[in-house]
Design a protein around this ligand. Structure first.
Ligand code: KG4
Ligand code: ZN
Length: 316
């Protein structure tokens, strides 16, 4: 089995995945509560928490899978992109484990990991397809021709879709992270009560900063009581504009086979708007280590002990 480790942002995660793509264990310790009072992830706080959690989370994955390190034949870890201090904790843990056990180590690109959430059983999706990757850090349209990688067709010019959800939730007083809160509140709102702009930039790129400003203006003019009364309508209209922008870009690509991954792929309105798309399973949308182990199945491993100088990288 492959032991996957993911610490690129505010989830400390470990998973066991077989070489056929079956998930044996998938443990995610979210730090969201820790960062909520700051309204977003504080990088240094995240690094320190990863350091406390990484070993217990790996042990928990082994326990959940009824396995020991004897069952692990390679270690996969996210090396890029992400918060550099957070990444380094996972990379150091992975190196130490792999080195102590004389195992190969597989350095994984986090974005490849999100796409590889589709390669796990039972979904086991075969390329080619066009993939929308929408998360807190990225919003991209990808051309996926084989399981080993992807080509970027379009990306966001400013905020990521998940970031737009999180900033919108903050303006609406819904706390962090906000995507799920907006998703839930929007169900009781009227999406047509407010007109929010859907940005249309040239090509297959995305833009969400104008939308965020529109929400800011709408909220600014309301008293606290008015905001309380209109919060669900605002959430519904705001979510509708984000979903429209994402769906329009997929349509503009002319893709016939479409897949959606990343934290925003958990959004119920987006899922309903794409009935024919392959959607990452809900548990695998937000950051996890099963997707990292899955990507490792299609990534070159570094044999023992060649990975000791392996470094993490903040950028893709
Ligand atoms: O993939 P992910 O866990 O982290 C990154 O790699 O960035 O995505 C997290 C993002 C957050 O911005 C969160 O608000 C958003 O995914 N998210 C959602 C939903 N669940 C999580 N956005 C919209 N609707 C949801 N149900
Ligand atoms: Zn992610």
């Amino acid at each position: 089995m492959i032991l996957g480790i993911e610490t690129s942002c505010d989830e400390t995660a470990a998973a066991l995945v077989t070489h056929d793509g079956d998930i044996v264990a998938n443990v995610v310790a979210s730090q969201a509560d820790l960062h909520a009072r700051y309204g977003g992830v504080v990088p240094e706080v995240a690094s320190r928490r990863h350091l406390e959690l990484v070993n217990p989370v790996i042990l928990e994955a082994l326990r959940e899978g009824g396995a020991t390190l004897d069952d692990v034949d390679s270690v996969a870890v996210t090396t890029r992109p992400g918060l550099i201090g957070a990444l380094l904790v996972g990379v150091a843990a992975a190196k130490a484990l792999a080195w102590a056990r004389r195992l190969p180590l597989v350095p994984v690109d986090h974005l490849h990991g999100h796409v590889a959430s589709l390669y796990l059983r039972p979904l086991d999706l075969e390329p080619p397809f066009t993939c929308l990757l929408a998360s807190g850090g990225h919003t991209m349209l990808l051309d996926v021709r084989d399981r080993g990688g992807y080509h970027v067709l379009g990306t966001t010019l400013d905020d990521a879709a998940g970031e737009a959800f999180d900033k919108g939730a903050r303006l609406l007083g819904l706390g962090y992270p906000g995507g799920r809160a907006i998703d839930e509140l929007a169900r009781s709102g009227d999406a047509t009560a407010y007109e929010f702009p859907v940005a249309r930039v040239p090509g297959l790129d995305f833009s969400f900063s104008g939308l965020k400003t529109a929400l800011l203006y709408a909220v600014r003019d309301l008293t606290a009581d008015e905001l309380a009364a209109r919060r669900a309508d605002l959430a519904a209209g705001y979510q509708r504009a984000i979903v429209r922008a994402l769906v329009e870009r997929i349509e503009a690509s002319g893709a016939s086979r479409v897949a959606v991954v990343g934290g925003v792929a958990a959004n119920s309105e987006l899922r309903a708007a794409l009935p024919d798309a392959a959607l990452a399973p809900l548990a695998l949308c937000t950051d996890n280590a099963a997707m990292i182990a899955s990507a490792a199945r299609y990534t070159a491993a570094i044999e023992y002990p060649g990975y000791l100088e392996l470094d993490a990288r903040a950028s893709a």
